[in-house]
Design a binder for this molecule. Structure first.
Ligand code: UTP
Length: 418
């Protein structure tokens, strides 16, 4: 059987006759590219994920407990200095790298372009989200007399736009040789009948497979090997959209070293018991972030003997790993969650359809689902006003307006101190 015939058999087996029709219409390079893509896609996996969207989520018997943390503001001067010194040593000696996850679609913000290219209206002139991240790294470089290698994860969809933007802005002055851009893995988008969407360029439409893809993509892209060559021992992984993200917090790093753990994370306390954020807990003895929808109401409101929420430490995408932890996580399969989203596609007549309502499933793994592969995690509670100002929604909570306000207040306080 020739290659095309094999592909047709496969597509028919999985009920993808519209793609058979597309394949028959294409010629030359376009046909070859579609055949390559069909070879690469794991149809069995996609159909299983699609079938799961029809099933009730199985609630397993899980033992959920609260998890310990240290409050940065309550550390003694001695302890803080001890942590800072441990952390500083690692950064000064060039054993620290930073990863920015910038492969998301940013659908809620609705900005035309990768989220990092969004300009936040701060201090009149405005600053791009990538520029704000760069400022934070440059500050650490100056303080610790080093150049921190910066790895930026894009998606196939936004890679070109990201690279062009960073080139055009000359990486905002960050040493270009210290920046590595790598692309994350993708999965096809599937409609409500289990049919794969077709993209404008006459291929199967795929989208980034969630920020949990960071670990395996670091390995597959060669970035993990590159880190090892550079002698990196600790890796920070953070999001692109928190304008108060501290990517080189020596207290967090020192605490992780002191506690001899493989992973650590900065949290902020929940704004109220029902804030829609994932919180840290221990599930069946392992660290875990439990989504707000999965946390029973009585647990969401439960307080400890000091009147603090027992499940109050929110995950803010501010995570730290040993290089071995990244390697381990990169080899473990993560579960996929499905999100029902609006995605445009090409119909059987070759016309583009731009849906007004969600029409298809996107499958995503989450970065924090890897925590349960480890026995322990060190959590440092930061402060919302110092550490967390996300740009998620176009308006309202976690929007450019709230982020601008928090950013300017923070920097006004810092400038007053100096
Ligand atoms: P979010 O889950 O907030 O998603 O990503 P998003 O794509 O930015 O926005 P919406 O949900 O479409 O509105 C949190 C972080 O994870 C990254 C994002 O770029 C952001 O830094 N991310 C998300 C990836 O790198 N890849 C993905 O596939 C998804």
């Amino acid at each position: 059987m020739d290659r095309e015939q094999e592909a047709i058999e496969l597509l028919k087996k999985y009920n993808q006759n519209h793609i058979v029709n597309l394949l028959k219409k294409l010629e030359g390079v376009e046909k070859q590219e579609l055949l390559d893509q069909i070879d690469r896609i794991d149809f069995q996996q996609i159909m299983e994920l699609y079938d799961n969207t029809k099933k009730e989520i199985e609630i397993k018997e899980n033992k959920i407990e609260s998890i310990g943390y240290l409050d940065k503001a309550k550390l003694s001067k001695e302890q803080r200095e001890e942590f800072n010194q441990l952390g500083e040593e690692i950064i000064r000696s060039g054993k620290y790298a930073v990863v920015t996850m910038a492969g998301g679609q940013g659908t809620r913000l609705g900005h035309d372009g990768p989220k990092g290219t969004f300009k936040l209206d701060v201090y009149g002139k405005g600053k791009y989200l990538f520029e704000i991240l760069k400022d934070n790294l440059a500050e650490a470089n100056e303080k610790y007399d080093t150049v921190i290698p910066w790895y930026i994860m894009t998606s196939k969809e936004n890679n070109k736009a990201t690279v062009d933007f960073l080139e055009k802005h000359n990486y905002f002055g960050y040493p270009k040789e210290a920046v590595t851009i790598f692309t994350q893995s993708e999965l096809p988008l599937v409609d409500t009948e289990g049919k794969l969407l077709i993209s404008k360029d006459m291929k199967i439409r795929e989208a980034s497979d969630g920020n949990g893809g960071t670990y395996s993509s670091l390995r597959a892209s060669g970035s993990l090997a590159d880190m090892k060559n550079k002698g990196i021992k600790w890796v920070f992984i953070g999001g692109v959209d928190n304008v108060l993200l501290k990517m080189a917090d020596v207290t967090l790093l020192g605490m992780a070293i002191d506690k001899d753990v493989q992973i650590a994370s900065k949290s902020v306390v929940k704004a109220n018991p029902h804030e829609k954020v994932g919180v840290f807990c221990k599930m069946n003895g392992h660290p875990k972030v439990i989504e707000y929808a999965e946390l029973p109401e009585n647990m969401a409101e439960e307080v400890d003997e000091n009147g603090e929420l027992k499940y109050g430490e929110s995950h803010i995408m501010c995570n730290l790993y040993t290089i071995d932890a990244i390697e381990k996580a990169s080899k473990e399969p993560l579960i996929y969650h499905s999100a029902f989203k609006k995605n445009s596609y090409i119909d059987e007549e070759g016309k583009e359809v731009i849906p007004q309502e969600p029409n298809s499933y996107k499958f995503e793994s989450f970065i924090f689902d890897a925590f349960e592969f480890f026995d322990d995690i060190a959590i440092l509670r930061g402060k919302r006003e110092d550490d967390f100002a996300p740009v998620k929604n176009k308006e309202g909570v976690d929007s450019p307006r709230t982020a601008k306000e928090l950013y300017e207040k923070y920097w006004n306080r810092q400038n007053k101190k100096n």
